[in-house]
Design a protein around this ligand. Structure first.
Ligand SMILES: Nc1ncnc2c1ncn2[C@@H]1O[C@H](COP(=O)(O)OP(=O)(O)OP(=O)(O)O)[C@@H](O)[C@H]1O
Ligand SMILES: [Mg+2]
Length: 236
């Protein structure tokens, strides 16, 4: 059984149909990328998987149980975390306070386990440890992305949905963030990654899908990126 199995998913904003029969799977611990041009529906797919948008048809199953139409906080408790493109860092809260928000679903968690999860994030991104008492607004874009990833990780998800993590960041920081994401595989955390930086994402992914106008038009191992039609769909 796949960790995430989406079958023939349809979703729309008001009357505008966006997803038009999307089927994808993500196995436990696997890194899967979704590529596609602007407006293809990639973000809409992530939002629908997280419950931000209710599907109009199709199924979404996490470990074989339906999560279609379930609220985002319940989906989070079931093991999916979403890191949206705008990162949603709380500007006035400190790094530590932002991270603690990632534990909102586990208020009864033992103190030692809370500490262990925080320490894990600080190991992954030592810069966050240095800045633990700084306000979110004082962080650079790269540090904010690290914090957004860290806040998702403290909730111990099985699957991370990440929308354009490299957006607006310098290449050196992007390399750091992708190395951290690739390392999550060792902890059996799966990743569904939407990224414009095809080369970068391809380098850490096991499989990929190409979306065009709300449909999956190609899928497979990374060698499909060599196909002319796929290159055209991505303008690469
Ligand atoms: N809140 C919304 N209300 C109405 N239409 C929307 C909304 N959000 C997105 N759309 C439209 O839905 C389509 C798909 O958008 P989506 O954001 O999913 O694309 P995307 O593949 O993530 O694109 P990008 O690469 O630019 O992030 C676009 O035509 C977009 O204009
Ligand atoms: Mg998008």
């Amino acid at each position: 059984m796949a960790l995430l199995e989406i079958t023939d998913l349809h979703a729309r904003y008001r009357i505008a149909p966006i997803l038009q029969g999307v089927s994808i799977t993500v196995e436990a611990g696997e890194i899967v990328s979704i590529f596609g041009r602007n407006g293809a529906g990639k973000t809409t797919l992530l939002k629908t998987a997280m419950g931000w948008l209710a599907p109009t048809a199709g199924t979404i199953a996490l470990e074989g149980r339906s999560i279609a139409g379930v609220s985002p906080d319940r989906i989070f408790r079931r093991g999916i975390a979403f890191i949206p493109e705008d990162r949603r860092i709380f500007a006035r809260l400190s790094v530590l306070e932002n991270l603690e928000l990632g534990l909102f679903a586990e208020l009864g968690l033992a103190r030692a386990e809370r500490r262990r999860r925080m320490a894990r994030v600080f190991d992954l991104f030592p810069r966050l440890a240095e800045r633990r008492n700084q306000a979110g607004r004082t962080l650079s874009g790269g540090e904010q992305q690290m914090l957004a990833i860290g806040r998702a990780l403290v909730g111990a998800p099985k699957l991370l949905l990440v929308d354009e993590p490299s957006e607006g960041l310098a290449p050196k920081v992007v390399a750091e963030i992708f190395a951290a994401l690739a390392g999550l595989r060792a902890e059996n955390i799966a990743l569904l990654l939407v990224e414009q930086n095809v080369q970068r994402a391809a380098a850490i992914s096991e499989r990929c899908y190409v979306m065009e106008k709300g449909c999956i038009v190609a899928q497979g191992k990374l060698d499909i990126l060599k196909h002319e039609a796929v290159r055209r769909a991505l303008s690469v």
